[in-house]
Design a protein around this ligand. Structure first.
Ligand code: ATP
Ligand code: MG
Length: 239
């Protein structure tokens, strides 16, 4: 099966000279759910930004389901859904419209987007808020709105940049059930999180970035066992 994602020697040096990525390479198999971990500033959000076209890389290449992101940016972007770390929707727009309008960017007609939006908002517990403007949502609701918006074009690859930050315990459980269900139905998922027990419970494989370099990659259970660590968190702290 084609890799969902193949990243080869990707580099990013920001204009101020910060080397956020220093030649990152790894692959993600179709259908898997991978944890992308690393300390603050390791380069996770930069890498996600490159994949969805928000950040211009300074070197290397990336393919989404075998399609090069530079050669076919629109095609690869339409295969990717991203839940960004920062809230970036129009806070004066209504929840339902935020999701439906996102579909418009991908050329999906309203007649298709509207029922999809209903399904997704119901799954994420936001249907009651469909007519509320974004500004009036709580932090955890905003986070779930970002997830809804990322899914409306039915992406094959979902990039979750700290999706559970600020989401309460109960809703977080529902959110993970939803994400696991998406994965079970074939969506490939890359999850960035600082909650390592969540990463360990949800993901089979992990890639750990440290100051712009991949320092560990592999099956979580194997890495933990081989290192003699107690669990992923213990392993991570040793790395
Ligand atoms: N727009 C920017 N201009 C300059 N430097 C940047 C910019 N965005 C990020 N950086 C720098 O690039 C490095 C990687 O940042 P990035 O946001 O990718 O890290 P991260 O792994 O997502 O961290 P966190 O866990 O805190 O979200 C950091 O040193 C950061 O300061
Ligand atoms: Mg980040």
């Amino acid at each position: 099966m084609t890799n969902a994602l193949t990243i080869t020697d990707v580099r990013k040096t920001y204009k101020n000279g910060t080397e956020a990525l220093k030649g990152v390479s790894f692959g993600v198999r179709g259908g898997e759910m991978l944890a992308l971990l690393g300390a603050n500033g390791a380069g996770k959000t930069t890498l996600i930004g490159i994949l969805c076209g928000l950040v211009t890389k300074t070197g290397g290449s990336a393919e989404v389901f075998g399609v090069d992101i530079d050669a076919h940016p629109e095609q690869t972007r339409s295969m990717i859904g991203v839940v960004p770390q920062e809230f970036n929707f129009n806070i004066f727009e209504r929840v339902g419209d935020i999701v439906i309008d996102a579909a418009g960017y991908y050329g999906i007609p309203r007649s298709v987007a509207a029922p999809r939006t209903e399904t997704i908002l119901k799954r994420l517990g936001l249907w009651d808020k469909r007519d509320a403007v974004g500004r009036t949502l709580s932090g955890g609701m905003k986070r779930r709105l970002l997830i809804a918006r990322a899914l409306v074009h039915e992406p094959k690859l979902l990039l979750l940049d700290e999706p559970s930050a600020g989401v309460d315990v109960e809703l977080r459980r529902g959110m993970w059930e939803f994400v696991v269900d998406l994965n079970a139905h074939g969506t490939t998922i890359i999850l960035t999180t600082h909650y390592l027990e969540e990463a360990e419970r949800l993901c089979k494989r992990v890639v750990i970035l440290k100051r712009g370099v991949v320092v560990q990659e592999g099956e979580i259970a194997e890495l933990v066992r081989a290192s003699g660590a107690k669990n992923l968190e213990d392993f991570y702290l040793r790395v």
